[in-house]
Design a binder for this molecule. Structure first.
Ligand code: ACO
Length: 422
């Protein structure tokens, strides 16, 4: 069987045959039939906008791999900084490479004092931390002259290092501001996730971070580090394609993540569970969803139509965390919702399963994070994926500035009418 596809334009009888490679064919072939013919694909449901070697995802089989490594193995054996190195460089680091990378990230965690004193202090007292995070990430780039030298490899790598090192500091700073708590400086002797938890929650001198909780945070960071062409990563690519600097591109991607259908879903899950209030209310809530009065947040995924492998790992991590913190009272409602939904025809038919956000919010809450911080916790590790995609895009000779076409459906030409004649 030939690995080709033949498209016939029935209006003219012209046909074109093109190769199918990796399950795709170049849609530019259509232009050979008619230069004004375009694919109409709202929300990119059937369009691959790039070739990528970073993350492999098979939604039907529930497979997620970073650079070929199954997410389950990385979550069990690796650390977030090792995974970050893998995503950015394509290979797992040697011992020396990992030590240098860890040292470099650890020693770039500080941010300029003006960021806190002038920039963050300017926010209203109840500003949403994700809004602050988005703005602060964009602002951070203004502190570095070399931020825009994106085609100088050394300079680009420096910005990558700065961003990955500083996003936890920014995130913690936004939280401490909103709580009216003094800012905690990064501690260079602590690993990445532990240092973040320390900057978030340290009160007084003898505040210790439980290693089980630090490991859970690290696993959550691993699971969220990349997920190929989702809304945020596509935004990163689109903005980077205009050769914007890594800070503003990251802020744009984080803005996409802020939306409740994307990274804001875990926040929505906890709010939903709190509103449901008790197990007895689960069946009526599910009926309401089926009757169109809202969605079951944390369920469904554009790509995963069987199960989300990250959701399975997170469920296990939730139990590890609850051993230390005590059970989140919302867990029982979540388990009941999952049980009822997985047996209900509405959800089964539409292939709706728990996604990564269904249980992550419960863990975050048990760790002590306020609901407003949940999307920020997603943005920290995803910064790695965004930057890996930006670098890949900049090195891809097939890419240009992103500029999709549209199907115009507005009025034909008409004459301007004076205001007193309308
Ligand atoms: N609850 C109830 N019904 C749902 C849900 C849900 N969570 N998700 C999808 N559906 C229904 C839709 O109403 C639709 O039904 P219909 O065919 O009768 O009209 C059908 O399932 C298909 O839904 P779409 O919206 O077309 O699916 P899409 O792939 O566009 O959406 C999405 C995926 C946005 C994730 C969706 O499932 C959703 O809104 N889920 C809840 C929010 C959520 O958890 N988001 C996190 C996603 S993971 C992440 O971003 C990290």
């Amino acid at each position: 069987m030939a690995d080709t596809i033949t498209i016939i334009d029935d209006r003219t009888g012209k046909k074109v045959t093109v190769a199918i490679t990796g399950g795709t064919f170049p849609s530019s072939a259509l232009r050979e039939l008619d230069p004004n013919l375009f694919l109409y694909d709202p929300a990119f449901l059937s369009t691959a906008s790039c070739a990528s070697a970073i993350t492999y995802l098979d939604g039907d089989a529930g497979i997620l791999r970073y650079r070929g490594y199954p997410i389950e193995q990385l979550a069990e054996h690796s650390t977030f900084l090792e995974v970050a190195y893998l995503l950015l460089n394509g290979e797992l680091p040697t011992g020396d490479q990992l030590s240098k990378w860890t040292h470099d990230v650890t020693h770039h965690t500080m941010i300029h004092e003006n960021m806190r004193k002038r920039f963050v202090d300017g926010f209203h007292y109840d500003a949403h931390p994700m809004g602050m995070f988005v703005s602060a990430t964009a602002a951070l780039g203004t502190f570095y002259d070399d931020a825009k030298d994106i085609f100088d490899k050394q300079s680009f790598d420096k910005q990558v290092l700065r961003l990955i090192a500083k996003v936890p500091t920014i995130a913690a700073m936004c939280y401490r501001f909103s709580e009216g708590l003094p800012f905690v400086l990064p501690n260079n002797s602590m690993p990445y996730a532990q240092n973040f938890l320390n900057m978030m929650f340290r009160i007084g001198e003898d505040h210790a971070i439980d290693p089980v909780l630090a490991r859970a945070m690290d696993i959550l960071f691993i699971l969220h580090a990349d997920h190929e062409q989702n809304c945020g990563t596509t935004t990163m690519r689109v903005v980077s394609s205009a050769n914007s600097d890594p800070y503003t591109s990251t802020a744009a991607a984080a803005s996409a993540l802020y939306g409740p259908l994307h990274g804001g879903a875990n926040e929505a899950v906890v709010r939903m569970l709190s509103e449901i209030g008790s197990i007895e209310n689960v069946p009526s809530f599910i009926e309401g969803v089926k009757n169109g009065s809202g969605r079951l947040m944390g369920f469904g995924h554009r790509v995963y139509k069987n199960f989300d492998p990250r959701a399975r790992i997170i469920k296990q991590t939730a139990y590890d965390v609850f051993e230390v913190t005590g059970k989140n009272p919302l867990l029982d409602i979540a388990l009941k919702l999952e049980e009822v939904a997985l047996e209900d025809d509405y959800f089964v038919k539409r292939k709706l399963y728990p996604n990564v956000d269904f249980y992550s919010g419960l863990i975050y809450q048990a760790l002590g994070f306020p609901v407003d911080m949940f999307t920020v916790l997603f943005a920290i590790p995803r910064t790695v994926g965004w930057l890996a995609h930006m670098e890949e895009l900049l090195g891809d000779k097939e890419q240009k500035i992103s500029r999709p076409r549209q199907w115009y459906i507005g009025p034909d030409e008409r004459d301007y009418t004076a205001i007193n004649k309308r």
